[in-house]
Design a protein around this ligand. Structure first.
Ligand SMILES: C=C(CC[C@@H](C)[C@H]1CC[C@H]2C3=CC[C@H]4[C@H](C)[C@@H](O)CC[C@]4(C)[C@H]3CC[C@]12C)C(C)C
Ligand SMILES: C[S@@+](CC[C@H](N)C(=O)[O-])C[C@H]1O[C@@H](n2cnc3c(N)ncnc32)[C@H](O)[C@@H]1O
Length: 362
């Protein structure tokens, strides 16, 4: 009898563990498994120190730290979060408005396809993905448009992940990925037929610098669309709750400082672009972009327990628990940013590089 009870208890524990790790492990369809979480290019024993280093950025005055150190700090951030993002969100590191009757995956694809439809590229043309992550949007866009997409990211680990995914998807003949800084790109002038950036240029300390680089590499007459992270007209710097939310978003998302929606078109014009269209895609009648984030709260608790167990038994790097906790709070700040309407991650701007400098509007 005793051995039967022991056997049943053991079987239940083993079954429960299998369910928790293997069934619940890949929080997102086709995503990474919890047991594969790493610190990107950072070795396991250095994850915790790098996490501390990441936070030290926010303890120093912005003016000193800002410009030249930002790409390194962003690189560290993506070493820390890339696996968790892939595990819990998927291969597209951005938001999209929810669409009734459509899954999150479908809504994500539509948001990505809209970007390439806006820049009007033809099959075989060459376009650039500015800040490409692990390439979720790149693959959707290449498959939809048959354009050749070159993605650039500052994070080497993401380059390797993106290349692996491109190959697996059979899209490596259309998709190329390079490691580099979008503030100083290694591409010649006038070499792309179009450009897009999805929730990436918010990492640039000065928007002007990245827009000027995109302007330089675009062929005259071609289009660039960007989905920008901004504070909206509802944000009041005198409101302590607003400030807390925006600072929470900046700290949990490696942002050197969120900019106002009103700066976007002005900056684009300053570097020579014509503004073709500007629209906040988060505004009604669009459905909330933050609903997926809010709905996931129970899953995040489960994920946190799982990450803590894996770190305790030495499968996940120690600092993973801290990084996960940071993201947990970030999800809350982002949701509050959406609900109050003071923040948008999809302020869309469509820009054209004039045919000749003379046709540029003042
Ligand atoms: C554009 C950027 C990233 C946007 C989003 C892709 C990510 C912002 C916050 C992230 C997450 C928050 C909570 C995590 C959760 C605790 C964990 O269990 C599973 C992953 C999360 C859901 C994670 C996924 C990606 C985000 C939604 C920024 C950086 C400019
Ligand atoms: C939130 S992710 C978005 C990725 C991708 N656009 C997507 O939607 O899946 C931001 C991306 O911008 C990249 N990035 C940030 N700063 C960069 C820089 N200075 N140079 C190149 N890439 C940068 C990051 O490495 C990351 O890949």
């Amino acid at each position: 009898m005793d051995s039967l009870v022991l056997f049943c208890t053991g079987a239940l524990i083993a079954g429960g563990l299998f369910w928790f790790v293997c069934v619940l492990g890949p929080a997102e369809q086709k995503g990474k498994r919890a047991v594969d979480l790493s610190g990107g290019s950072i070795s396991a024993e250095n994850v915790q120190d790098n996490y501390k280093q990441y936070w030290s950025f926010f303890r120093r005055p912005k003016e000193i730290e800002k410009a030249e150190k930002v790409p390194d700090f962003v690189d560290t951030f993506y070493n820390l979060v890339t696996d968790i993002y892939e595990w819990g969100w998927g291969q597209s590191f951005h938001f999209s408005p929810s669409i009734p009757g459509k899954s999150h995956g479908e809504a994500t694809r539509l948001h990505e396809q809209m970007a390439v439809d806006l820049i009007d590229v033809k099959p075989g043309e060459r376009i650039i993905d500015v800040g490409c992550g692990v390439g979720g949007p790149m693959r959707a866009i290449a498959a939809h448009s048959r354009a050749k997409v070159v993605g650039i990211t500052i994070n080497e680990y993401q380059v390797n992940r993106a290349r692996l995914h491109n190959k697996k998807a059979g899209l490596d003949s259309l998709c190329e990925v390079v490691c580099g800084n979008f503030l100083q790109m290694d591409f010649p002038d006038n070499s792309f037929d179009g450009a897009y950036s999805i929730e990436a240029t918010c990492h640039a300390p000065k928007l002007e610098e990245v827009y000027a680089e995109v302007f330089r590499v675009l062929k005259p007459g071609s289009l660039y669309v960007s989905y920008e992270w901004v504070t909206t007209e509802k944000f009041k710097a005198s409101d302590a709750e607003h400030v807390e939310i925006i600072q929470g978003i900046e700290r949990g998302d490696a942002l050197p400082g969120l900019r106002s929606y009103s700066d976007i078109a002005a900056t684009a014009k300053k570097v020579g672009f014509e503004v073709v269209k500007e629209k906040d895609l988060a505004k009604p009648p669009a459905n909330p972009w933050w609903s997926r984030l809010k709905m996931g709260r129970i899953a995040y608790w489960r994920n946190h327990i799982l990450v803590s167990i894996l770190a305790a038994i030495g499968i996940a790097p120690k600092g993973t628990v801290d990084v996960h906790e940071m993201l947990f709070h970030t999800a809350d700040y982002l949701t509050r940013g959406g609900e109050t309407g003071i923040f948008s991650p999809m302020h869309m701007v469509l820009l054209r590089k004039p045919e000749s400098p003379e046709t540029a509007s003042s």
